[in-house]
Ligand binder design. Sequence first.
Ligand code: C2E
Ligand code: CA
Ligand code: CA
Ligand code: CA
Length: 279
Amino acid sequence: AKDSGRETFAFYTAEMTEQANQRIRVASELRRALENEELDVHYQSVYELSGQKLVGCEALVRWNHPTQGPIAPNEFIPIAEESGLISALDAWVLNKACKQMQQWLAMEYDLKFVAVNLSSRSLSEEGLAEKVEATLKRNQLDARFLELEVTESTVMESPEGADAALCGLREIGIRLAIDDFGTGHSSLGRLKSLPVHKLKIDRSFITNLPSDNEDVAIVQAILALGASMGLDVQVEGIEQEEQVQFLQQCQCTLGQGYLLGRPVPADEFTALLAKTCKD
Ligand code: C2E
Ligand code: CA
Ligand code: CA
Ligand code: CA
């Protein structure tokens, strides 16, 4: 019994070592990918639900590994976060998205915003607002066209740090959205003092609309909260026509999801703009 216990322990250790090595491998490959432009940015459309008009998009990073093929963000973003690569990755996506947005505006497509995700590490970085401002300037993009998304848990984790960073970002004239809203234990008092423009209701509350009564209640409550605080509310994860109808009835203004459009490469998004902006 003693031996088998030891074996089990050895087994777990080997497995944990293997997992740790795997993460280190991925981190070093990710570093290389960043340098070699193996990463790409896809864009998912955001619609005004009333007239189903395309008004903006969210930039989402993609990694096309030379031998393993596409790797999902949910697999490599956590590794980028723990290895400290995330700030460089976020900065790379931000630059790419700003450059692309400037091009779309130069083609006279009527987009109101491009949204870019910021990890909590990036938010707590020294001089973030200055770096964002420099990126806008480099790409000749007016600040009002950029929206930065920070998750609710990021914002609630470090009250003082996050508030100062968000205020700095707000001062340069960009828009701010709280992502995955409803999952991160906001206190309403804190929410009141946050300098944000938009709440993005987490996908988990949308999936079972309109049949799940609790989800209906939660979504309606967030919509009411947003309305009374003067914040835009956007939902993500719309996959069914019924959800669109329900959200339209609830006066929800903005939405995104596979039903309306999947994330696509920049050239495909340009083609979509050419089609929807043509009379
Ligand atoms: P997120 O910011 O909540 O992004 C929304 C995710 O939901 C995206 O997954 C998107 O493809 C997916 N999605 C959109 N519509 C639907 C739908 O109708 N149904 C379903 N089931 N899913 C939908 P993706 O691209 O795999 O990204 C996953 C997460 O990775 C993102 O969640 C975000 O947290 C992170 N991420 C992606 N790009 C970046 C980035 O450039 N920087 C940082 N820091 N994080 C990123
Ligand atoms: Ca997001
Ligand atoms: Ca989200
Ligand atoms: Ca339920």
